[in-house]
Design a protein around this ligand. Structure first.
Ligand SMILES: Nc1ncnc2c1ncn2[C@@H]1O[C@H](COP(=O)(O)OP(=O)(O)O)[C@@H](O)[C@H]1O
Ligand SMILES: [Mg+2]
Length: 356
């Protein structure tokens, strides 16, 4: 059901921490630069195998240490699943249920972690890859088989691109196309279905949080006027020239409109944050409710970003869902989310339980 325990060793400024987490709501408070975001980031890494702040693994390892280790126990209906992620010069190694994972998706199955942090507007402001990743996380949790199609697609694409780079004859490059088309169709269909559901969930949240009308469009990564097969055909001269496949699901985009206008550069930073929060909360609403896994929502210092009225509206959206909430705050008495089941103080990277 939720993450009940975590241990962190040599992760950023956290030398060693051991926390029991509440099924519903845990509050972690501490001054600036005490390690609050680092702690949430460690939980995120446990669920995803990567950070939301950096791609550089060595930034996550405490200065002077050789590796970080994050360990967690996820409580399901009838058993406890141990998860572990270790990062070192050699890369990331992850274990789930006592065995090395074949794919990082195994972590996500046990610990679906989502974060709303002060950088959340990047989902709106930055390039399409952020939104594709966001989209695919949601699709994956609705259809676990999605990750298999996606990984297989990427493998075929790599082979095709290698043939293009080596200037192989067209027949050699096109030998990959049958499989490429088959996998692309599956990816495209799963994403399209998901965006329809996401739009209707996000629309009502955006209406309440932003008082604006939200519209989402999924663009498949090739021209809407033609099939993927035709698009591949059309892009052949260009792709041969540059040595890479320029159309396909790897170029998909989720476009967002508010009150009929494309959002990029048109709305304020504050609105971007609320919009991104609406999308993330919609994604949590779409999380399948039939299994015994529930998402863990990490809220990093929400009161720093939102005024009281907006915080109240966000909270209303969040608390409607059965999520596990882990919230950081400067304020140890933060009451906006109700009474925490567990409370910790953090100072200079040292985490201590604080009595309620
Ligand atoms: N790899 C690292 N090793 C040691 N300290 C680090 C590392 N990365 C970041 N820090 C330090 O961790 C501290 C806490 O950062 P952060 O978790 O962002 O604090 P908070 O969210 O409480 O403001 C910062 O002072 C930062 O310089
Ligand atoms: Mg922080």
């Amino acid at each position: 059901m939720s993450l009940r325990r975590m241990q962190v060793t040599d992760y950023r400024c956290l030398r060693s921490a051991d926390l029991e987490l509440d099924r519903r709501f845990t509050l972690i408070s501490g001054p600036n630069a005490s390690g609050k975001t680092s702690l949430l980031e460690a939980i995120y890494v446990l669920g995803r195998g990567r950070s939301f702040r950096t791609r550089q693994l060595n930034h996550l390892i405490r200065t002077g240490a050789e590796r970080f280790v994050v360990f967690g126990e996820v409580e399901l209906a009838e058993r406890i699943v141990p998860l572990g992620v270790e990062g070192s010069n050699g890369g990331v190694r992850a274990r789930a249920g006592g065995a090395p994972v074949g794919s990082l998706a195994e972590l996500a199955v046990a610990l679906p972690a989502q974060i709303i942090d002060p950088e959340i507007h990047r989902l709106i402001e930055e390039g399409p890859s952020q939104r594709r990743r966001f989209l695919d996380w949601g699709v994956f949790h609705v259809e676990h088989s999605f990750v298999k199609s996606w990984q297989a697609y990427q493998q075929v694409l790599r082979q095709r691109n290698a043939a293009l780079r080596l200037r192989q004859p067209r027949a050699v490059v096109s030998a990959w196309d049958g499989e490429l088309l088959r996998l692309a169709a599956m990816i495209d269909a799963a994403r399209s279905r998901y965006v329809l559901d996401l739009e209707s969930a996000a629309r009502s949240i955006a209406d309440r949080l932003l008082r604006m009308e939200l519209a989402l469009t999924y663009r498949s990564g090739w021209s809407r006027e033609m099939s993927f097969a035709d698009a591949l055909e059309r892009s052949w001269p260009h792709d041969y020239e540059v040595g890479s496949t320029s159309v396909g699901p790897q170029r998909a985009e989720l476009t967002i409109r508010l009150d009929g206008l494309a959002v990029k550069d048109r709305i304020s930073r504050g609105q971007q944050k609320l919009l991104a929060a609406s999308l993330l909360i919609a994604q949590i609403k779409l999380f399948p409710s039939n299994g015994d896994v529930r998402p863990t929502l990490l809220l990093d210092d929400p009161s720093a970003e939102l005024d009281d009225d907006r915080l109240a509206r966000l909270i209303e959206e969040v608390s409607r869902e059965t999520v596990q909430l882990i919230v950081t705050s400067l304020d140890p008495e933060l009451m906006a989310f109700g009474v925490p089941g567990r409370r910790y103080r953090i100072a200079d990277g040292i985490v201590t339980p604080s009595d309620i």
